[in-house]
Write a protein that binds this ligand. Sequence first.
Ligand code: SAH
Length: 464
Amino acid sequence: MARLNTFPVSVKVAGRRIVIVGGDEEALAKARLAAKTSAEVVVFAPEVEADFSGLDVSVVERVAQAADFAGAALAFIADHGPEGQRALEMARAAGVPVNEVDVPENCDFFTPAIIDRAPISIAISSEGDAPVLARLVRARIEAMLSPGLGALARLAGAMREKAAQRLSDGVARRRYYEALVTSPAIENALDAGQGAAAADALLDAHAGAEPGRGMVWLIGAGPGAEDLLTLRAQRLLQEADVIVHDQLVPSGVVEMGRRDAERISVGKAKGHHSFSQAQINALLVRLAREGKKVARLKSGDPMVFGRAGQEIAALRKAGVEHGIVPGITSALAAAADTATPVTLRKVSSGFVFATAHGADNEDLAHWASLAGSGLTLGLYMGKSIASRVVRQLLAHGLSRSVPVGVVVNAGRAEKALYAGTVGGLAAGEIDFVDGPAIIFVGDAVAHGDWARAEVFAAREWKVA
Ligand code: SAH
């Protein structure tokens, strides 16, 4: 993985000096940047070529001297001759970080592309590798941000003391600020010059309110890739005070929550039942009763083999407000990975979500007849018993030639595919790679793209 060679920080320059050495266009460009700050900007150049007249900077028509750098916050050298070199050394001797314009090897710091919504600033840097790209990124971000962002940030800053006095609880304070910076009413009030009054009124409302009502969202995280999350899931993750997640949800997705949100892993990986279902139910109810916003993050879709039923029943019984956000269930991610239409005109008139785990003889007889009649089966939690399950399907009369496809790690970069027939899979155990798997059974499987699949013994169907 590539690592940053620079570390972005914001340098305090208020009340200090920024020294610019040079009098040409290069120096002017840096002066323009520096003049966005409240620092005292001083340009030293024996000959001034560029027009600095419109800028709030002082231009001193002589070469810079050692004393000029004393206590300066930053220095820009836009003179590549011997005078510039001397200035660079003087700046370094005075302990001032230096940037020689366009000479990266002489730079202690770089100037990123800046979005200025004071007091909010966004800096985009490519460490000098791709300034054009950095500017493009800046333009895109600029377009997303309201021009009023700075005013909003100042308003939030102005409310800090009052909010701290009236809202002693950290969670309540965060809710207040969230409401403050997202409410269209506040934005309108700011436009009308009434921002302070509106912020006070909002604070009154929050200070009088009961402690925030807790709530639990059951959120589908999808099969594991971060960009297979829904926008709603992403938003609610950002709002959550606590994220309660299963082992199967990759850390990249769990990380998408707020940095300071509490994260609780409730295990549920195969073989590790660190929390019982009853304990998870009790945990969700307790957190919500403490007034927290809880994101209960589950792999795939919460309503598919996710024990959502038990959790919803517990929340309902406890009178805890709750909601559900669908996710992409792993079988459908597997279908996408392999371009397999799980329903297909004249081939498969339906799709069955089933779990091989704990399936009894009656279930298996039922599935054999469904698959035999053309429905596609999507079997969850069956990798370790795949061969046994298909042997039983055979015993219940399913034809040996029915296609089978297995997707391990569906929807993730490290996915692995296996393809064959019921007869082939029944004949032997397969050495699958590590990871959760979906097993498809049915004629529609043959219509998918399994060209990259490892073929298990005796596959009789052709790759479509
Ligand atoms: N709610 C989840 C299922 C949880 S049960 C969903 O909708 O997908 C756990 C089972 O889901 C695993 O045993 C496996 O069969 C399946 N599974 C979960 N993630 C998977 C993935 N990325 N690829 C293949 N199967 C997966």
